[in-house]
Design a protein around this ligand. Structure first.
Ligand code: MG
Length: 156
C-alpha cells in the first residue's frame, strides 16, 4: 500500500529547526505546538495513510497539552508500533523538503541516516530530497517550510 503525507510549518527567527530528529544550525526555525519537526510529521501522515489509520491530528491532537513541545521522534516510534500491531511492514520512504533557506544539502545525509534508524530501514530505503520554491510564494519568501512524503507498506 502506498501512503502520502504533507505538512507545513511557519518559520520564525530564534525558533529551532529540527528535521528528521536532527537539529539544524539555522537562525530561523519552525513555529509549532510540538517540536515542529515538519519532516517527521509528513512521514507519519504517509505511514498512517498507507496503513489506513487516519492522520497525525487524530492520534496526537495539537489541542492536547500532552503533545505540547512533543519530541516528534517519539510520535514516530508510536506510529511504528501501530503498524507493527496491524501486521504491516515499511518498505521505503521518499520525502522532499521545500524550503528557501538554510540550504539543506549539507544536512541531507545526516537526516537520512537518523530517519532510517527511526524507521528501522536500511539507509538506501530512505530518500531525502530538498528543493526551494524559486523565491515564489510563502515558501519562497522564507515564511514557511513544507514537506511532501510517500511511503510503501506491505503485509508481513
Ligand atoms: Mg506539523
Amino acid at each position: 500500500m502506498v501512503g502520502f503525507g504533507y505538512d507545513v510549518h511557519k518559520l520564525a527567527e530564534g525558533e529551532s529547526l529540527i528535521l528528521g530528529g536532527i537539529k539544524i544550525d539555522s537562525p530561523i526555525g519552525t513555529v509549532a505546538h510540538s517540536d515542529g519537526d515538519v519532516l517527521i510529521h509528513a512521514v507519519i501522515d504517509a505511514i498512517l495513510g498507507a496503513a489506513g489509520l487516519g492522520d497525525i491530528g487524530e492520534h496526537f491532537p495539537d489541542t492536547d497539552d500532552k503533545w505540547k513541545g512533543a519530541d516528534s521522534t517519539k510520535l514516530l516510534k508510536a506510529v511504528m508500533g501501530m503498524i507493527r500491531e496491524e501486521g504491516l511492514h515499511l518498505i521505503n520512504v521518499d520525502a522532499i523538503i521545500v524550503m528557501e533557506k538554510p540550504k539543506l544539502s549539507p544536512h541531507k545525509e545526516k537526516i537520512k541516516l537518523k530517519l532510517a534508524e527511526l524507521l528501522h530501514l536500511p539507509p538506501k530505503k530512505v530518500n531525502i530530497k530538498a528543493t526551494t520554491s524559486e523565491k515564489m510564494g510563502f515558501i519562497g519568501r522564507g515564511e514557511g517550510v513544507a514537506v511532501h512524503a510517500v511511503c510503501m507498506l506491505e503485509n508481513k
